[in-house]
Structures are given as structure tokens and as C-alpha cells.
Design a protein around this ligand. Sequence first.
Ligand code: C2E
Ligand code: CA
Ligand code: CA
Length: 788
Amino acid sequence: MQKRKIKTIRTQVLRLLMTTISFLIFFSCLAFIYSSSVFVKSMNLEQLDRILNQLYHVAITDTKAQAISEANEIRDILKLYSDDMRSDSTPQKVYNSIVSTQSDRVVWLLDKDKNVLAGSDAPLLSPLLIENILSHTSEAWIDGTLELGIYAFHGLAITHSSHRNIAYIITAERITNKNFVQRINDSFGIDASIFYKDLRIVTTVKDGQNDAVYTQLDEKIYKKLKSTKEDVIGQSIVVGTPYLAAYRYFGNSDDAIVGIVAVGKSMSSYLQFIINLCIGVIVSGIILLIVTSRLSYTWMNKNIVIPIKNTRLGLVYIAKGGKDYHKYFSTAVKFDEFKQLNTAIEELIGDVELSKAKIEKIAYYDELSRLPNRFYLYNRWSHREKHDLNASYLIYIDIDNLRMVNDLLGHKIGDKLIIGIGSALQNIIKKLKSMELYHFGGGQYVIFCDSCEDENKIEEFVRNLIASFDEPFYFDSNTVNITITVGIASCNYAECIIENLVQQAEIAMHQTKKEHKGNYSFYTSQMVERLKAQSDFEDDLKKALDNDEFFVVYQPKLNLITKECTNFEALIRWNSPTRGIVSPLEFIQVAEDIGLIIPIGQWVLEQACEFVKKVQQNVQQSITVSVNVSSLQILKEDFVKTVLSTLISFGLRPHSIELEITESVLIEYLSTSVERLRQLSALGVDIAIDDFGKGYSSLAYLKRLPITMLKIDKLFIDDISEKKNSLVDHIIDIGHHMGLKVIAEGVETQQQVDFLVAAKCDYIQGYYYSHPLKEEDAINFLTSRRIN
Ligand code: C2E
Ligand code: CA
Ligand code: CA
């Protein structure tokens, strides 16, 4: 597999930088090479200067023949610098063969008086040479192009200060005298004619003119020179083009040419070299800077700015809820950073979408059962399509005694039960298209029928629903009998407000629960009032304990044979300031429903203990007080501990207390109840089964309970008066057979007493002997009986 090229911004920037630096180095090198070549050349030219000095010396000869032979020598020396040089060539040719470009060299013609007779174009006169020349010559001519002229002029100017020479400048091309002065002025920024006050422009000749013109010109120059000679102070130099004329002119005369001097421009200064180099570097640097800036700008715009802009636009688009965001996060971007960024953003969006889905799941579904919840229903309702429909029904279901399951079997089983019931309900409505199931949390479910035809069908459905819970639920090793209570509310579709519908069904459910668990009812407007009344009742009851509104009465239990009273049953009363004396039949169930039975039961137990103590002190008799215990109390984990610690705190023996328990709820949670009651029984607390025979009774479970007393329900005792064949004698027989004592409660008549005596009942309790008595009366009752 081919390794992918790393394309990060950093590497790319580095690359760009490296390229720029490379270019810079390259151009610098070029500048360096150029400068040094010039430098080297100028080095050579310095050498040449030296040669020329030597040459000059040689050139000062007296005879033409000597001059010519020396000129030949010069040529030989000059040969050092050019193989092409021909001894018989004209100075121009010599000149050309020495130098590669015309502007680099100058050729001089000298006479025997060391006068320079003529020279080639003189771009830069070596100051050294000029010094040299001027120290030997009386006059010289300079000629050249504008630039050459300037240089030449410049070169002369250098020497001018020390020698006070006059330079005659003859321009050879293109410009007029005026312009030339002007150019000099412009170039130097000063009035050249003032500064160089000795400067005289002699004449101007056109470039490329033929020899005749040159000859004419030369003559003219010569004449001019001759004519002005008197005025010339010091020496003059003839430089430049007129060498040819001069050559001819002088070459044929007696004055004759005595030497040819080739001069290169002098660039001996290191400084110049450095300046050249620096200029080269700076110029190429600036060019590179401009080019790279431009390139970088385009490059950055394309590869960095635009992707960032797109990313920002994409995020704004997403923030506005846009779905088609992929186009903003193209993977076609150049850099890895952006690729990674885009991938990360895409991932992030994915995560956000997932989280959104999760949040929706959490918001709209019950965590435990995974069924849609209350908000789902409300949401769905708000988005429903409006069309003419039948009435809507809302069936509010609540699991009865869920709290007990949780307390007793633990929340895990409780949760399993909730889930199990959820799926059971789902199974039931599965085939019913118009019905939807919701889980409102805890043990509360709602079945919603959006368009149901008639109430009868709903009622039948609910009845079947309740009946379906007859079967117990099995969890692990637990069997749980469950009942559900149902409230139903309906509304006409057009006027339906879902929140109200839910509230009404809930009220109906609560109302039913209060009156008859495991049942159902339709919501009626009166329910609200009833519920209000019940809630007021509950509020009053909650305050009753703190306000000391409860008191306990004690009903004697008598030994049927000896008629002795060693036992009382403690029965609670509520003396409400607004309601008067309220029977426990009215409030015990409510207290159980709202969990108040726990503190109330404890309070009764403490009252009973206190009563035992009082009897012991006042009557010197040890008695047992029977206390009614709600199954909710038994199912509380610390039940055994609470009973014992109460006994201990009053300094009583366990036998002082008997617990009366009712059978119904205990059967369901038998093992827990049996275990706890056994612990108490083992310590000496007596346990009686209350209301025996009422409702569901099982001898099998009775056997497992550590009871000592069987209390026959009043219903059976009531029967005694009406029917002869009462079940009471059989119950007494069974009790005895199981080794239990038997007590009959609610005994009101002599007839009943007689029957019970005959049936060998052990104890008796009822209005016949005594109503429940207030504490003092109970003590009096005891005292009076003892006296009798
Ligand atoms: P229970 O335990 O079956 O109590 C016997 C009920 O029958 C008492 O009613 C008593 O006053 C009444 N009674 C006794 N002899 C006769 C009689 O000859 N004829 C008639 N008609 N009734 C008689 P009460 O005191 O109204 O108690 C009603 C129920 O309230 C009790 O039934 C018991 O289940 C519950 N209860 C009373 N006190 C407490 C308590 O402290 N804790 C708990 N958990 N329940 C209590
Ligand atoms: Ca009782
Ligand atoms: Ca009873």
C-alpha cells in the first residue's frame, strides 16, 4: 500500500518556507556569483592598471620605431589578457579583443610626451589610472554615451579635486548638449555646470556615422582643442570614440602614436562588492517576498480560510437545525488538520444525534419498563390529527400494595413486578388496535383508547383486565399475588383536554382504591368532593398523633370457666376536635394507606405497656394486654426490635403483651411474617390470630404460624343466635386440635355464652361482659372483680 503523504498545515508552511529560503539562497548565490565575477574582473583590472603603469613607462619613447616596438611589447603583454588579440589590429580591434563588452574597457592612445591622444568609450575610468594619466598628460579627451559620459565625468571629477584639470566631454550619441547637462544635473541633483564649473561640452556627434564624419569631427575636435588650448588650465584627457580619428590623425603625424593603453573599469572596492551582493539579496528577497506573499495569500485562502469558513457555516447551519450538513464538512480539504476537524465534527454530530435520541428515549419512555410515558402521551396528543372521532377513554391502573412488595421482597423484585405487569398489560392490548399502553411510573399504567365506541365495551375490558390478575406472579422463588385498582375517565374528542382526562381517571382510581382495592370505577364529578373530603380526613389524621387526639380503651377478655379477667384488648379511639370520637374502623385503613399506621401502632403498643405497668402498680396483678398489629408493622424490617425495645423500656416481661394479627396479608408474605413472629414468640410474646374464619383461611399456613390463640370472628358468634348448626364448635375443635386456645369475640348474649361454654371455648370477649373501657374504668373493672 502506498504511504499517504502527510499534509498538515505545519508541514506545508514549512515546505513553503523552505522553498522561499531555497529561492533566496539561489538568488543570493546568483548575486554573489555576479558580484564576485565583477570583483574578480576588477581584481584583474587592478592588475591591468599595474601593467598599464609599467606600459606607460615603456611608452615614453623618443622615436617612432622605438614606440612601435614598445607598442608591440605592450601588445604582447596585452596578449596575456586575450589570445585573440592581433598585433596588427586597430586600437578598436585590440580593444575589442581585450574586453568582452565595450563598456568594460577603454583604449588609450599616447604620444611621446605621455599625452593621451585618444581613448575608447570610457564608462568607468579607473581612478588609479586616471591619477596616473593625469599626472603625466597635459590634456585628454573624454567621449562616451550619456551614461559613459557620466561615468567618465565622474571619474574625472575624482581626479579633478587634486589636479584641477578640465575635462572636455564629447558625447557621442542621441543627446543634445543641453540634455546632457540636464541629465547630469538630474542625476546628481545639483547644478552640474556650477559644481563642475570647469566642465565644457565641446561637441556632440551622432553614433554610427561614417569615418568621414568622424574625420571631420576629429579635425574639428583637434582644432577646437588647439584653439582652446591656451585657455585650458592644466591637462586634458581625450577619452572615447575619437580614438580612431586621433589614431589616424596622430598616427600619420610626427607626433605618432607611442602606446596603446587598455583600461578596464575599476571595481576594486570590496564595499562595492558587498553592496552589490546586498542589493542582489535584497532585491531578490523583495521579489520573492512579493511572489510568496501573493502565492501564500491565495494558498492560505484556498486551503485554510475557505475550509474554516465552511466549517463555521456548517456549524451555524447545524445550530439552525439543518440536516444536510455533510456538504459543509467535505473530506476533500487539503490538510489533515481539517480532515481531522471535519471528521471530529461529523463524529460529534453523530454523538449529539445519538444523545438526542437517548434523551428522547429518557424523556418519553419509562426507564424501567421501556414503555412510553406520560409525556409521550401528551406529546402524541398535541400532534394528533383532528378528525371526527368517537369518545376517548383513559384507563388508569395502579398496582395495589406495591409498597409492601418493595418493603418485603426488596426493590429488585418490585422492579421485576413492575416490568412483568407492564408486559402482561402489553400482551393484553396487543390485539386491540385502538388501545395504547403507557407507564406513568411506579405501579401506575394507563391504557388509552383514542376512539372507542361504547362504554360497555370498555367496562367489560376493564373487568377482564382485573380478572386476569387473579393468577399470581412468580419471581425467582417468590409468588406474589397482585391486584390492580382501576379508574376510568372519558371525554368527547372535540372538547378533550388530555391533562384533565388523566387527572379524572387518576381520581377515579384513587377513589376506588379507598373504597375497594382491586376494583374499578368510572370518574364522576362527586368523586372530586369525596376525594377532597378524604384528603381532609387524611390531613386531620396526620395531625392527630402530634395533637394528642388518640386514646386507648381496653376491653376485658374473660376465662370462660373461671370468669377470671387476666387479659385486655387495647383498642384505639380518635377524639377529633371537629369530628368527635372516630372509630378505628374508619381511620385504621386510611392510616395504613398513608403509612401512618407505623407510628400509631407503636404509640398504641407504648400505651398498652404503660397500662400493664399501671395495673401492676394499682391492682398488683399481672395481666396481658392484646395489641392489634397491622401487617404493615410486621412487614417493617425492625418490627421485632421495636417490640422488644418497647417492652424493655417499660421494664416488662414479653408475656405482658399479646399481638393480635389478621390472617389475610400475612399469608402472602408468610415466610417473612413467620420468621419474625417466631422470634417474638420464642422470647415469650403471645400471638393470637384475629378475625379467624373471616375471609380466606388456611389451616396449612395456620400451622406454620407460632400462634397460641385463635380468635373466632364476630360473624360466627353472631350466627350462634340464628342457626343451631354453627361452625363455631368445629372451629373450637380445630383450634384445640392444633393445641391452641380459642377465644370468641363480639359475644353479646347469654345464649352465645352458653353455646360457647358447651363448645368448650376457652376465653370470651364482648359487650355481654364489658364494652371497651377507659384506663381507669378498666382498672376499676379488675379491682371490682377481684373483690367479688
Ligand atoms: P377487632 O380487633 O376485631 O376489635 C374488635 C372490635 O369489635 C372492636 O371495635 C370492639 O369495640 C368491637 N366489639 C367488641 N365486643 C363487641 C360486641 O359484643 N359487639 C360488637 N358489635 N362489637 C364488639 P373497634 O374498637 O371499633 O375496633 C375495630 C377494629 O379496629 C378492630 O377490630 C381492629 O381491627 C381495629 N383496631 C382497633 N384498635 C386498633 C389498633 O390499635 N391497632 C390496629 N392495627 N387496629 C386496631
Ligand atoms: Ca382485635
Ligand atoms: Ca376481631
